[in-house]
Design a protein around this ligand. Structure first.
Ligand code: MN3
Length: 199
């Protein structure tokens, strides 16, 4: 069955007050994300991955490492990443739920330190990629960064929060200021209820 572009869980203009414009979402969701889905369907058709789940395609093609499967991996992982990313944001950022706040403080020293370390990961990712808060296989929380479409599924980790640091994610609203985009993401855009539900 072909993969489909999921609708945004909010209107295109719903995040404008929180620093992500309608224009950014029109390009990022309607064009960039859609292109990953379309290309994935085109590349998967007739291969061994046809009919497999998105998660199986991401982990299977990543582990195979075969050059011929890089295109399938890149588009599958980016489809998965963006599907998570839209859910991880919302028009009302709200307070961090207690259990998550406690876990962040225990893991990183404080919520502020978590935000500083997460931002540093996003700023420090050279070129395109993602910053993540993950739950590792041993249950510990970690901050990671990945290049291009690589994501926590590749390492058997659970993605709690991810921030797209490809330029297409921030260039319309923040131009070249990736640090400002990350600061705004953490303070105004994250749907902390969604992040907590992944713990
Ligand atoms: Mn993107």
């Amino acid at each position: 069955m072909a993969f489909t572009l999921p609708d945004l869980p909010y209107a295109h203009d719903a995040l404008a007050g929180a620093g992500m414009s309608k224009e950014t979402l029109e390009y990022h969701h309607d064009k960039h994300h859609k292109a990953y889905v379309d290309k994935l369907n085109e590349l998967v058709a007739g291969t061994e991955w046809d009919g497999k789940s998105l998660e199986d395609i991401v982990t299977g093609t990543y582990q195979s490492g075969a050059v011929a499967q890089n295109g399938i991996f890149n588009n599958a992982s980016q489809h998965w990443n963006h599907s998570q990313f839209w859910e991880m944001m919302g028009p009302k950022s709200g307070a961090i739920p207690g259990a998550l706040e406690k876990a962040l403080a225990e893991s990183f020293g404080s919520v502020d330190k978590f935000k500083a370390d997460f931002s540093a990961a996003g700023v420090g990712q050279f070129g395109s990629g993602w910053a993540w808060l993950v739950k590792d296989k041993d249950g510990s929380l970690k901050i990671t960064k990945t290049e291009n479409g690589v994501n926590p599924l590749c390492f058997g980790q659970t993605a709690l929060l991810g921030c797209d640091v490809w330029e297409h994610s921030y260039y319309i609203d923040f131009r070249n200021a990736r640090p400002k985009y990350l600061e705004n993401f953490l303070n105004n855009l994250v749907n902390w209820e969604n992040v907590a539900s992944r713990l």
